[in-house]
Design a protein around this ligand. Sequence first.
Ligand code: PEP
Ligand code: MG
Length: 601
Amino acid sequence: MSDTTAKHAVKSGALNVSLQGIAGSPGITIGKAYLVEQEDVDVVEKRFVDPESVPGEVRRFKEAVKKAQEQLQGVIEEVPEELRDHAYILHAHMMILKDRMIYDGTSGYIENENVNAEWALKMAVDDVKSIFKKMPDPYFRDRASDIGHVSKIILENLLGTGHSNISDIDKRVIIVAHDLSPAETTQIQLEKVKAFLTDLGGQTSHTGIIARSLEIPAVLGLGNATQLIKTDDLIIVDGSAGVVILDPDEETLTRYQERKDLFAEYQAMITRSSRLPAETTDGFHLRITANIGVLEEVVSVIDHGGDGIGLYRTEFLYLNRSTPPSEQELFDNYRDVAEIMAPRMVTIRTLDIGGDKFASGLQLAEEMNPALGLRAIRFSLQSPEIFETQLRAILRAANLGNVRIMFPMISEVDEIVQARHMLKQAGESLEKAGIPFRADIEVGAMIEVPSAVIMADILAKEVDFFSIGTNDLIQYSLAIDRVNKHVAHLYQPLHPAVLRMVHRVVEAAREAGIRVHMCGEMAGDPVNLPVLLGMELDAVSMNPISIPVIKRMVRILSLKESKLFLEEALKQSTAADVVKLVQDTYGSSFPRAAFFPPNLT
Ligand code: PEP
Ligand code: MG
């Protein structure tokens, strides 16, 4: 009997059932399950109440909210040290408790439709969730789950039902839950957690974010794991592949134990080397920076060896509130990012809201084609007060770190001219008020619209750097809605049209003597690296967890060969031809070799 089987006592006639979910956090673990029992609060009954009972029903709702605030406050006060970085989520939940759409919405349903508080809450929450669920950006779409978590606390108070008691788990287990709210996650003693499995959730759910930052394997979005798994079942979790194996047989256990050991060794090697510069075999240094959406991700950027922040998406602070954030609030946030990252560079992108990205506090009209509508710089230029507040906050933060500013979705020169003019005015107003700021901040344009590609030579004269946003550039140039699953297969970063556009932008930047970076998802996928390296971009920016892998790939490639490779790639007719060229040139296991030791590919 092998070590593994001795430890895990496999029963005969094992079924080896494999479940496929979403790879939430990498790593392999083998262990016993702990099923978190949770009330199903989604099933709420509708009752009509007499008109004279309506005020009492509203009061009952308000008391349930007040109690939820007290409960959440209690959780915040007890947040364990290792989760301090994530406490902002709980503060955000506090704000959701007071969100007008939920608070007034529920009272409104009770008063206007004479229904019970539980049903009214469900209706108000469904309204808000449906708005979030329509958002194309998965991060913001997943925020619908925050509304769900918060309303669950209120609902439990209304129904008088208890909470799952997960704070007293006393052995190392694999947590299996329908969904885990941040409040629940923070109550678990994390040293007891070998892995997280949830029925709901995706890459950007909080369980995923927390699991990744604590390097605990997680598989999310499993659908019905809680129906198939019982406490004490032996299971294998492969968080890298998003696979869970129930009732494994002896051979599977041995195989996964070996994979687990190899993976651990490999991860240790990758992490150790993440501090090394991304330098090719012939001495070219590619700067590898990170994309972040919230301040708290800065820790992950540093841990993963990021050379700076190539894209700070600033929308988060504008969400879930009835008025835009104040200059001071924005400044505090940008200053923290700048100071923690200093002397590394931080690129703050001005608000990219509107169209596909929603903010409850901002009045945005319904649009037929939101991706082509009033978004990003177009929205900012039409909302001078909101824009000026943000520009002032960025200029002030630039005084305290290595901060650059970048404008999203530039589609014509005039937008840059206007944005720069407003930036100058913001500086003048700070000057007048005697508030310290940095006037000579570097200004960049995101190149993510085909017209900007065509006009890159002219645009280059107006800015200090370009950053190519391939997520939108691919969407607009190939006419592929970036979140429409029916056309997802057509969304191809290696499409020769995309390569030619990126190449053109790089050439225009070189010609004008400005730097050129890329911050779309394309930059974080190793399969694209040979062409991007061949373009000799100055920096690529990506999800922090992709950094060590991309750095490792850069170190095994050469600039000279990549340039020759790019020449060939630009001659191809289809994306499939380019992928084949990558495989023929770099080996058939490329780029999986970047993620796994050779015998795991
Ligand atoms: C992009 O479009 O490539 C980009 C980085 O911006 P976002 O994904 O925020 O639109
Ligand atoms: Mg974009």
